[in-house]
Structures are given as structure tokens and as C-alpha cells.
Design a binder for this molecule. Structure first.
Ligand SMILES: *Cc1c(COP(=O)(O)O)cnc(C)c1O
Length: 425
């Protein structure tokens, strides 16, 4: 398995049918599973045996697809969640509790920013946001005694900043905590954060992994490298007995490679129930089967569109890490040698009005609250996701009123450019 390349893993990892069994991953459309004796079932409830008893916690279809994603990221264990939001919440809440502190890059998806800054604050979990460009000294200064995790996005949505994963991982490890990286935009085809020191990787599988705008979902992958026992007093949830499972200690019973995902399933899925439906897991797997074929095309289109936009007089700024003029070009060369993704952000000189009339004239690119889809789509945050903010507040948030986020799909780049050209005219 370790010898196999990424494309082979996209197609085949996670499920190997036996003689006469279905070639495609079966959708186990069942809430529950049957046992011959109460003793058999009791062993599952005690985590003494592995198996399925209720789809709120685990389902075989999901586990095949999660195993594929673990293989793609080079992790030891993985689980699917109902959404990317649930994945990031679970990844953090699995190791944080009331009184904990998180260090997070300030350049992250708005939904995750809100989750950490507002909703998790209500649970008594504090955060210090740091610039993705922070140096070691600034990073070190953000840590506190109660810091339990560092969080960032490989390529941030929508700012398109590139995280210096090694720098953030080193800072996290100097302070004895894991680095969690949301790898949604590049996908493991273009970057595998674990190879650069990340400990936990999360995904909104809703984006490129599904890739067809068909199913909302998320995933969490454990690298199996973070030594919880070496920092036992920080992570009592993993290193002290769990009374709800007869006092088992996850880090002892499931080891460094399995403790994180087992605890996350046994406690958080049990209590919050944010599982992905097996139907969605099946659709996600169809997307994964062609991920390695689709990503290079998204990158090709993104780069071509970014280069075209850069030459247009109506455009004041283009952000795309693959452009030589981009602030993150050097980091992109290191972490994303085959390119990052198909999302391009650019600013129109005429502000909000120009963005609105430009988007109205596009024929191929549809206005959508979505990115990373086979069909090109676009969004003007000032008139949609951020419409409650004034132009001054937008400027301060780094989202100018004329900013357009364009997610280049899988169409032919000549047609995408012609569509943009026509709308700019
Ligand atoms: C969309 C997105 C999320 C949230 O995922 P959902 O599946 O919409 O819940 C999280 N992180 C990033 C980087 C995203 O793009």
C-alpha cells in the first residue's frame, strides 16, 4: 500500500472485495446491526470488540471511504462527519474542553472562524488568532499554559494564503500540542500536510473531494504521530480512564495510531451524532475515484484564468498562489509543487457595483455559495456572505467590496476566459 501512488489510492484504497462480493462499495442503508447474543453486543459497547451496532456512531460504508481518505493523506485512522464544520469542531473538541485555549491562523474559512471565535468561546474555549505570516517569535508569544491545539488551512478559503505548515508544526510541537490542518482546498492530491509535520488533517469533503456539488460532508484524519502520553496532563480525555466505557484509557488501549479517532467516534459521534449518511459517503467515494484526474484540470484552469485577469485593466488585484507575483508563490512552490486549486480571488476597480454587474453578465460561471465544484461558480462576499458589513468594515476584514471569488471548474479554459472577457467588457 505504501508503495502505491496517489492516483491508485484514489481509485482503489479503502475497499477490497472478496470473491463474489460487490465491486463497488455497498451502501449499507441500515440504522442498526443484528447480533446473536447480548454478550456479543456488550463487547461492542465496552469497546472490547470492533464492529457496528448503530449508524449514529459508525457505518461500514463510511468506514471504507474514511479508510481511503486516511490512505490518501498518509494517516493511520480516519472518520467521516456530516459536514466540514462538524469535522473541524470534532477535531478541536476531541482535545479541548472548557478552560482550554487554541492558537489559530486568522486566515481561515469564515465558518470555522465563527465556530472557534464565537461558538466555542461559549463553551469556555478561548482562542488567540495569529497572522499566517507570523514569525517564530510571534507564534511562541501566542501560546499559553492551557493551549491544546494549533489550527490553520493549507490554502485559506477565501483569502488564498498558503500556510507554512512546517513552521506552524514546529511551533505547535515546541509547546507540546498538535497541529490541525484543514486541507480542503489542495486535497491530498496536491498537498499532504502530515508529510510536513501536521498531526491531524480535516476536510470539507463537500468541496473537491465530492467535486460535483452533490453531497455535504467532512473528514478527520489522524497521522498517528502525536504522542498523547508524553503530554498526558494536557489531554486527560485520551490519557485518563473514560468512565463511560468502564475506565478504558484510549491512548493505552488503541495506541498512538488509533486513540484520537476511536475517542472521537466513541464519545463525540455518540453524543453529537454528526455522522455522514452512507448515501453521501457513497457519492463522496465516486468523487474520490477521479480526484487525481480532476485536480490538475482545476489547477490548469485556475492558473490560466488568474494570468488572464492579471492583464485586464478593470482588475486591480489578483490572488492566486500559483502566480509568480503572488505573495505566497514561494510557499506554494514548496508545499504545492503541482499547483494548489482552482479558486482565484480578484478585485474589480469599480467596487461593489462593478462586481455585481460583472457577475450578472457571466454565462458559464454561476453565482453560488459554493466553491471547488466541477462547474465554475463565483461569489461577491460584499453582496452575499458579508452583506451586513459596510465598505470600511469589509476593507478592514481584508475583503474589499469589489472582491470576487471565482472557483474554476472543469470546463475548457478558453470558454471560461471568453466568458470573463465578455463580462468585463
Ligand atoms: C467549506 C469549508 C468548510 C466547511 O465545510 P462544510 O462542508 O460546508 O461544512 C471548512 N473549511 C473550509 C476550508 C471550507 O472551504
Amino acid at each position: 500500500m505504501d508503495q502505491q501512488k496517489i492516483g491508485t489510492r484514489c481509485v482503489q484504497a479503502g475497499y477490497t472485495p472478496g470473491n463474489g462480493e460487490p465491486r463497488q462499495i455497498p451502501i449499507i442503508q441500515s440504522t442498526t446491526f443484528k447480533y446473536d447474543t447480548s454478550e456479543d453486543m456488550g463487547k461492542l459497547f465496552d469497546l472490547e470488540a470492533s464492529g457496528y451496532f448503530y449508524t449514529r456512531l459508525q457505518n461500514p460504508t463510511n468506514d471504507h471511504v474514511a479508510a481511503k481518505i486516511a490512505a490518501l493523506e498518509g494517516g493511520t485512522a480516519a472518520m467521516l462527519t456530516s459536514s466540514g464544520q462538524a469535522a473541524n469542531f470534532f477535531a478541536l473538541f476531541n482535545i479541548c474542553e472548557c478552560g482550554s485555549h487554541i492558537v489559530a491562523s486568522s486566515s481561515i474559512y469564515g465558518g470555522t472562524f465563527n465556530l472557534i471565535a464565537v461558538t466555542m468561546a461559549k463553551m469556555g474555549i478561548e482562542v488567540t488568532f495569529v497572522s499566517p505570516d507570523a514569525d517564530d517569535e510571534e507564534l511562541d508569544a501566542a501560546f499559553k499554559d492551557n493551549t491544546r491545539a494549533v489550527f490553520g488551512e493549507t490554502i485559506a478559503n477565501p483569502a488564498l494564503t498558503v500556510l507554512d505548515i512546517e513552521k506552524f508544526a514546529n511551533a505547535a510541537h515546541r509547546h507540546g500540542v498538535p497541529l490541525i490542518v484543514d486541507n480542503t482546498f489542495p486535497t491530498p492530491v496536491n498537498c499532504r500536510p502530515i508529510e510536513w509535520g501536521a498531526d491531524i488533517v480535516t476536510h470539507s469533503t463537500t468541496k473537491y473531494m465530492d467535486g460535483h456539488g452533490a453531497a455535504v460532508g467532512g473528514a478527520i484524519v489522524d497521522s498517528g504521530k502525536f504522542d498523547w502520553m508524553a503530554h498526558a496532563d494536557k489531554y486527560p480525555g485520551l490519557t485518563k480512564p473514560d468512565d463511560s466505557y468502564h475506565g478504558i484509557v484510549y491512548a493505552e488501549k488503541f495506541g498512538i495510531e488509533g486513540a484520537f479517532i476511536t475517542k472521537c467516534t466513541a464519545q463525540l459521534m455518540r453524543d453529537f451524532g454528526c455522522i455522514q449518511s452512507p448515501q453521501n459517503a457513497f457519492l463522496l467515494n465516486l468523487g474520490l475515484e477521479s480526484l487525481h484526474v480532476r485536480m490538475p484540470k482545476h489547477v490548469e484552469n485556475g492558473l490560466a484564468v488568474a494570468k488572464f485577469l492579471q492583464e485586464q485593466p478593470q482588475v486591480s488585484k489578483v490572488s492566486y498562489p500559483g502566480l509568480e507575483s503572488d505573495k505566497y508563490y514561494e510557499l506554494a512552490k514548496k508545499y504545492l509543487p503541482n499547483g494548489g486549486c482552482g479558486v482565484v480571488s480578484f478585485e474589480l476597480k469599480g467596487g461593489r457595483t462593478a462586481a455585481e454587474s460583472f457577475m450578472k453578465k457571466l454565462r458559464l460561471a454561476a453565482i453560488e455559495t459554493h466553491v471547488a465544484d466541477a462547474r465554475t461558480c463565483c461569489l461577491n462576499p460584499a453582496t452575499s456572505t458579508h452583506r451586513q458589513l459596510t465598505d470600511e468594515q469589509l476593507e478592514a476584514a481584508g475583503i474589499p467590496a469589489g472582491l470576487v471569488r471565482l472557483s474554476c471548474g472543469l470546463e475548457d479554459k478558453e470558454d471560461l476566459i471568453a466568458d470573463i472577457k465578455n463580462a468585463l467588457a
